[in-house]
Design a protein around this ligand. Structure first.
Ligand SMILES: NC(=O)c1ccc[n+]([C@@H]2O[C@H](COP(=O)([O-])OP(=O)(O)OC[C@H]3O[C@@H](n4cnc5c(N)ncnc54)[C@H](OP(=O)(O)O)[C@@H]3O)[C@@H](O)[C@H]2O)c1
Length: 315
């Protein structure tokens, strides 16, 4: 089988394709024939070494934190899935998704409904769980709340808009002018073009501000939070981590999200898919051997929706 590896931190050219034996699943694992792997900014941040103090790399390392595919074989103790099942998963650090096969603990898998193509399914887990855990667990989102998503056109923002709408919140999102129609397609009620207006200076207030692109810190957003409002960022800076400790003393709270993998949380998206309530927009699909091009693309910070690698499984 083919898989992408790198043996040193560096630019996208350190990514190489290599041959490996197909791994055998441990008792509680499931061997998944990967059909597609999602690309996320964290993939290049680990590759270039900027997260080396958090994610210690054992080389060779394979990038990729999310996949979709078909169950090939279940370990002896894995009872929930059978060969042929369509699945998707956010992978824990250390297991790379840019690979034709991966072993995944069965608790981290969920069934991918048949109506969702594998390429789109692979784009959901990491960015989707980030948005779900931010809005549901940190934001305690409820029907009728006013929610602002900063960066609605990116991977995380695209899911955040749809989750907030599924909770019947009123959603404002911030993006550049070229993406206004794009974010409206996910159900955003109000769109602010950051090239024309600064959302922190417009006088509107929100129950939740989810800074999906981590571009406007708590100090800027605090004044536009309602009383008891909650700010959530995707950037776990020391400042936010400290403020999390003193949140119980404050009326306006701030959190940083550290996304956790989990099949149960992914079931939430499977249900939205079954109800026809989830759109996944892919800007581009790459081949496995072009993983370096996928990294160059995601590093621009301008990706519209998501990028995925489609596996070809040429023998
Ligand atoms: N802590 C965690 O556990 C966790 C988990 C997942 C993601 N993250 C982090 O979350 C961030 C977002 O991830 P992502 O996958 O959504 O990234 P992404 O897909 O690369 O985001 C790209 C999008 O951001 C928009 N954007 C850029 N500058 C903006 C600005 N000033 N205001 C509003 N939108 C802006 C771009 O639109 P334009 O081209 O129109 O500007 C583009 O559509 C990344 O830093 C990622 O590493 C953290």
């Amino acid at each position: 089988m083919k898989r992408i590896i790198y043996e040193t931190y560096g630019d996208p050219e350190v990514l190489k394709i290599a041959d490996f034996d197909i791994p055998q699943p441990q008792s509680d694992e499931v061997l998944v024939k990967v059909m597609a792997a999602g690309i996320n900014p964290v993939d290049y941040k680990i590759r270039n070494g900027s997260l080396k103090f958090i994610y210690r790399a054992k080389f060779p390392r394979t990038p990729g934190g999310e996949i979709s595919g078909k169950v090939e074989k279940a370990g002896e103790g894995a009872k929930k899935f059978s060969p042929g099942d369509r699945v998707y998963s956010m992978l824990p650090p250390g297991i790379g998704g840019y690979s034709e096969y991966v072993n995944v603990k069965e608790d981290l898998l969920s069934v991918l409904p048949g109506s969702m193509p594998f390429n789109e399914g692979a784009a959901i887990p990491l960015a989707g769980l980030t948005s779900l855990q931010a809005l549901r667990d940190k934001g305690e989102i409820k029907e009728g709340m006013e929610v602002l998503v900063n960066g609605g056109s990116g991977g995380v923002g695209m899911f955040a808009i749809q989750i907030a709408k599924a909770y019947n919140a009123k959603v404002t999102t911030v993006c550049s002018g070229k993406n206004v129609d794009f974010v409206k397609s996910f159900g955003a009620d109000i769109v602010i073009d950051y090239e024309k207006d600064d959302f922190t200076q417009m006088g509107n207030t929100y129950d939740i501000i989810f800074d999906a692109v981590a571009k406007s810190g708590f100090s800027k957003c605090k004044k536009i939070l309602k009383k008891n409002g909650i700010y959530i960022t995707t950037l776990p800076s020391p400042g936010v981590m400290f403020r999390q400790i003193i949140n119980p003393l404050l009326s306006k709270k701030s959190f940083a999200i550290l996304t956790k993998p989990g099949g149960k949380d992914l079931d939430y998206f499977s249900e939205l898919i079954r109800q026809n309530k989830l759109i996944v927009s892919l800007e581009k699909v790459f081949n496995l051997e072009d993983a370096n091009l996928a990294h160059k693309h995601i590093e621009t910070g301008r990706t519209k929706g998501k990028l995925v690698i489609q596996m070809e499984h040429r023998i």
